[in-house]
Write a protein that binds this ligand. Structure first.
Ligand SMILES: [Ca+2]
Length: 254
């Protein structure tokens, strides 16, 4: 799971080459059944990501509330489900869940929920099929007939959340784009070389024995990105330490 904060656009995700196929545009509130005491849903044409509107969902008094739609979805091949969620006040929420079933009575289903970090404003959620919890042996090979969105509120709280642009089949960027090396040039302009730091070239080419980036699942891709981020942090730490040492040396010469 990851969540992208308020002002996110797809341009913020350079490793996504295909944003997938639209499977739900939230263009008609009458397609959805609301459950949860006091909860209401309505069309909203002021805050939306796709088409001409989103669906605005109001849940009240800490009540676990749901929006459910009858669908007919083949999610058997491909991976990566994404949704845009606009949160008015994240402090009111415990989590936002997505449930998918091939049966009408929910005797089996896939479930995933996003909790922290939620952001006020637009959130871009992506989840891979393998990250869903499977209850009672649901299968992605089945045709899915029910889609449910679940708002879990903090005790006694009211919350407003907008939903739009549910997609399936997110594809990662080809490796030649993802694998741009980041090089820390540690030589000074005068041609002298600062001491005791390795030139930091991030090894983003596929090491032997590791799966090529183009063949990774969404989850593997996200893990890889986290690993690269950690490498960048380590290099920055080295650089900061080096600068601190230089400052100490300069001060000692005064
Ligand atoms: Ca829409």
């Amino acid at each position: 799971m990851f969540v992208q904060s308020a002002s996110a656009t797809l341009e913020d995700h350079p490793y996504i080459s295909d944003p997938g196929t639209l499977i739900e545009g939230f263009e008609n509130v009458s397609d959805w059944t609301v459950a949860g005491t006091g909860a209401t849903a309505e069309n909203d044409t002021s805050i939306f990501k796709e088409g001409s509107q989103s669906i605005k969902f109001d849940a009240v008094n800490g009540t676990y509330s749901t929006l459910t739609k009858t669908v007919s979805l083949n999610l058997s091949s491909g991976d990566g489900i994404s949704i845009w969620v606009y949160i008015v006040d994240k402090t009111k929420l415990n989590s936002i869940g997505l449930r998918i079933a091939s049966v009408t009575n929910w005797s089996k289903y896939f479930y995933y929920s996003w909790s922290v970090p939620l952001e006020n404003g637009w959130n871009y959620f992506i989840v891979s099929k393998s990250e869903f919890t499977n209850t009672n042996s649901e299968s992605w090979d089945n045709t899915m007939v029910r889609l449910r969105i679940i708002l879990s509120l903090k005790t006694g709280q009211d919350a407003t959340v907008y939903f739009d642009d549910l997609r399936f089949g997110i594809v990662g960027q080809p490796s030649e784009v993802v694998s741009d090396s980041i090089v820390l040039d540690t030589s000074s302009k005068e041609g002298t070389v600062l001491p005791e730091i390795e030139t930091g070239v991030l090894e983003t080419e596929t090491p032997s024995g590791e799966k090529p980036i183009t063949e990774m699942t969404i989850k593997e891709l996200k893990d890889k990105i986290a690993e690269i981020q950690q490498q960048i942090i380590e290099l920055l730490k080295q650089l900061i330490q080096l600068i601190q040492e230089q400052i100490v040396q300069l001060n000692s010469k005064k």
